[in-house]
Design a protein around this ligand. Structure first.
Ligand SMILES: [Zn+2]
Length: 176
C-alpha cells in the first residue's frame, strides 16, 4: 500500500512536471496531444516567435482580418460603432492565422477563449479596433474625448510576450 502511494505520488509529480514544461515542449512536433477544451490566453505561454511585432502586424492574414474588423466596427456610425478584434496564431511552420472575437461594445471587447493550441502552434498576438478616437483631437460627435492607442486595461490584459495591435479612426495602427 505504501509502495503504491509512492508510485502514485511519483506519477503525479511526473504529470505536474509535464504540465509545467508543456509550453516549451509544444514547439516540438512530436507532441501531438493538445489539451481538450478552451484555454485562456493568460494560461498560454507564447511560442518564441521568430517574427517581430511589425512582421506579425503586416502579415497578410492579419491585415485582412484587421480590415474586416475595422469595417465591422461601424466606426463612422455614432450609434452603432463598437470594438472588434481577434487572436493571432502562429504554427510551427511560421504560418499566421486569425480567430475573430465576438463583437464588442462601444468602448470594450471581451476576447473569446482561444482555440486549443495546435501542435507546435501558439497565440502570438491579438488585435482590436478603437472606433471612438476621432482626429484631430480625439473628440467624438458628442464632444467626448477618447484616448488614442492601447488603454492601460488593454496592456494589462495582453498575454506577456505576445504582440498587441490597436487600430483607431485616424487609421493609425499601434503596437503594444
Ligand atoms: Zn482597447
Amino acid at each position: 500500500m505504501k509502495a503504491s502511494w509512492k508510485s502514485f505520488i511519483a506519477l503525479l509529480c511526473v504529470l505536474i512536471a509535464c504540465i509545467a514544461w508543456s509550453p516549451a515542449v509544444l514547439a516540438a512536433p512530436a507532441v501531438a496531444e493538445t489539451a481538450a477544451g478552451p484555454v485562456l490566453a493568460s494560461q498560454i505561454s507564447p511560442l518564441a516567435s521568430n517574427k517581430t511585432p511589425e512582421q506579425i502586424a503586416n502579415d497578410p492574414a492579419v491585415k485582412a482580418a484587421m480590415d474586416a474588423a475595422w469595417a465591422d466596427s461601424n466606426a463612422d456610425n455614432a450609434t452603432t460603432r463598437h470594438e472588434e478584434g481577434g487572436w493571432i496564431y502562429e504554427d510551427a511552420d511560421g504560418n499566421i492565422s486569425v480567430q475573430r472575437w465576438p463583437a464588442g461594445n462601444r468602448s470594450s471587447i471581451d476576447p473569446c477563449p482561444p482555440a486549443p493550441p495546435q501542435p507546435g502552434g501558439q497565440v502570438v498576438g491579438e488585435f482590436h479596433t478603437h472606433p471612438n478616437w476621432h482626429p484631430p483631437d480625439g473628440k467624438d460627435e458628442a464632444g467626448k474625448e477618447w484616448k488614442q492607442g492601447p488603454s492601460e486595461a488593454d496592456k494589462n490584459a495582453k498575454t506577456p510576450g505576445t504582440t498587441g495591435i490597436v487600430q483607431d479612426r485616424s487609421g493609425n495602427v499601434t503596437l503594444y
